[in-house]
Design a protein around this ligand. Sequence first.
Ligand code: KG4
Ligand code: ZN
Length: 344
Amino acid sequence: MIILGIETSCDETAVALYDGDLSSGKGTILAEQIASQIETHAKFGGVVPEVASREHLMALPPMVESVLEEASLSWSDVDQIAVTSGPGLMGALLVGTSYARAAGMVNSVPVLPVHHMEGHLLAPGLSGDLPAFPFITLLVSGGHTLLVHVKGIGQYEVIGQTLDDAAGECFDKSARLLGLPYPGGPEIAMMAEHGDAKRFKLPRPMLNRDNLNFSFSGLKTAVMYAVKGIGGQESMSDTDKQDMAAGIESAICEVLVKKSIRACLKVDAPRLVIAGGVAANKKLRSLLDKLAKEKGVDVFLPHPKHCTDNAAMIAYAGFQNLRSAKPVTDEWDARPRWSLSELA
Ligand code: KG4
Ligand code: ZN
């Protein structure tokens, strides 16, 4: 079946066509496009909701037509629309869901609402098989840091989460303290490549606590004091920034990796998926590879382009939900706040 995926929950307008085989659960991406609004929001230092909605509104309709054309398909070939209905920015979600509903009505195609985080957590299935259930997913994005015990499609138990800032948020806020542009994660990663991670002693928050929760606001505060300690952002040399970036990246990655492996061992599910924007981080991926091997945990990583927001993961999550024969109703609305646990 051919599924049109639509994603507009934050600052990326994305559309994808996925061709999935319901009996085998396998499929391929026929076409996908993403229009990032990062440049528009960068000058404000973060996402401006009203601006995001307006940009989605302009980008989405031509992008759908363009993706259909790229796959040499027309609306009559589309069997299903899967659209992100939450969580995210209300105005941004409304653009995607209203468009999906209208296009579905006009073209007689059913519409399935998809949870954005479910898209992220199933994303490794786009580049290979999903691990056997149960498995653990570490979901690390700009707004979330969650450890999820995945027992089956739609059966998600959150077993750890951040008590304050998300990991991506910590990257973004620390980058701002170094005078680096938004989004900070890729910027810090780039600076860190040539830095000495041991020069600045930064904390590993909650690492030694006997639970699966995270806390990143203390790390951000430590970065602030470390920057002040060497005379403030203006007097920092490139080497200072590179060393500080390497220290920040190391601290965040070490906590994420160690707690995720601990989660796998705790619930006896030695299979780990890492998803969300921060999962694109190379240091995180290599540290994970190393430590997971030592502990006998198999790691499943989405392709880096499917770690950040995209529509292929939304089409795929929709496809998996249809396969699991979860009852579908027409009575749904965009939900800016929506916990993963509520899907069960
Ligand atoms: O999942 P995502 O694209 O958007 C949502 O938040 O839903 O994640 C964006 C976050 C941002 O905080 C960004 O700084 C971070 O992912 N990020 C990275 C990298 N690429 C994106 N963080 C660290 N290293 C990266 N390479
Ligand atoms: Zn996301």
